[in-house]
Design a protein around this ligand. Structure first.
Ligand SMILES: [Zn+2]
Length: 338
């Protein structure tokens, strides 16, 4: 049964092609909530995220496109006198949590015989998509704003994807890729399409297992579109339902960069006129998203978890990165905002 439908008109995701918006009304597609999860269908013979494949909405006869993503370590350390566990998502194949979603995206593309697709990203999502397109033998074109950092561009190109640099802001990049998508090329968008969300939920299942079948008390994570946040919230929801856990979800704390903090601005009621919600230059380029597409769902998930959204100042970002590095965790500025 199709687990994906339009959030505006309810039309199920079509059995053919791969539209990024609802054909009927232009709305966003999303998975049914709660995620359809059957403990009896968890396949322990599969690696990483693929144990939970039945939650991904893929047709059962399609192949899995995998580079060994997921099953990342949870490493404990003491930070400011507190015991904190780090979920080391940089150990995924292309270096970020995005791989949990890209593996599923590439599997969808392959299952629908797509041979060429476009994507837009400021960095990790583009690199991740390029990696999995290479794995699946799909021709990838990745649009990036000219401000995207050099190492990410080189990584995208090294995977064999065509890199298209778009002058102007990230919004201009998104516009450029939508024009191409309008010409009939598949737009494998990690932001519009919901395929990555059950992939991010697998990180919640792993954390639960790694803590000895317990939910964490609080989880802190960077939020740009808020896809990781939403995926984890749904993963914890699913665990509570399946395991009949009466405790609340972990408190979810989404962290943004003050220079581009639309989720924080909405959550706290701060006027967006304060330069927030605008696209500015922040070192945390992975969360430089001025209009998160699933904003309302993300904020609802935070409120339901009794968590919060905060925004860090620019001069705190590198200090955070250095502090993490001194503990042995060498992460990029976007991850360091937590
Ligand atoms: Zn619709």
């Amino acid at each position: 049964m199709m687990q994906i439908s339009c959030t505006s008109c309810g039309t199920p995701y079509p059995p053919e092609n791969l539209p990024y918006l609802c054909d009927a009304c232009g709305g966003l597609y999303d998975f049914r909530i709660p995620l359809s999860f059957d403990p009896l269908q968890v396949d322990l013979s599969q690696p990483g995220i693929w144990r939970f494949r039945h939650t991904f909405g893929l047709s059962p006869d399609s192949r899995s496109v995998s580079l060994g993503e997921g099953n990342t370590p949870l490493v404990e350390a003491e930070v400011l006198g507190r015991q904190v566990a780090f979920k080391c998502e940089f150990l995924n194949p292309s270096g970020s949590f995005k791989d949990r979603g890209s593996a599923i995206m590439a599997s969808w593309l392959q299952s629908r015989s797509v041979s060429e697709a476009v994507e837009d990203s400021s960095g990790n999502a583009g690199a991740s998509f390029a990696a999995y397109a290479a794995r699946a033998g799909i021709k990838a074109r990745v649009f990036v704003p000219e401000s995207a950092s050099g190492p990410k561009r080189r990584q995208i190109e090294a995977y064999g994807a065509e890199l298209v640099t778009v002058p102007g802001s990230r919004k201009d990049t998104a516009e450029a890729v939508r024009v191409v998508a309008g010409d009939g090329i598949v737009y494998a968008s990690h932001a519009y399409l919901p395929f990555n969300l059950p992939g991010y939920a697998t990180a919640a299942y792993e954390i639960y297992e790694q803590l000895g079948n317990k939910l964490p008390g609080t989880i802190v994570l960077p939020a740009g579109q808020g896809g990781l946040l939403l995926g984890l919230a749904r993963g914890f929801d699913t665990l509570r339902i399946v395991n009949k856990i009466e405790d609340n979800n972990p408190r979810i704390i989404g962290v943004q960069a003050n220079k581009c903090a639309p989720l924080w601005a909405t959550y706290t009621g701060v006027s967006p006129k304060a330069g927030l919600g605008e696209e500015n230059h922040t070192l945390a380029e992975g969360v430089n998203v001025c209009k998160p597409l699933r904003r309302d769902s993300v904020i609802r998930a935070v409120v339901e978890s009794q968590g919060t959204i905060c925004a860090v100042k620019e001069n705190e970002i590198m200090a955070g990165r250095d502090a993490l590095a001194r503990l042995g965790f060498y992460v990029e500025p976007t991850s360091a905002i937590v």
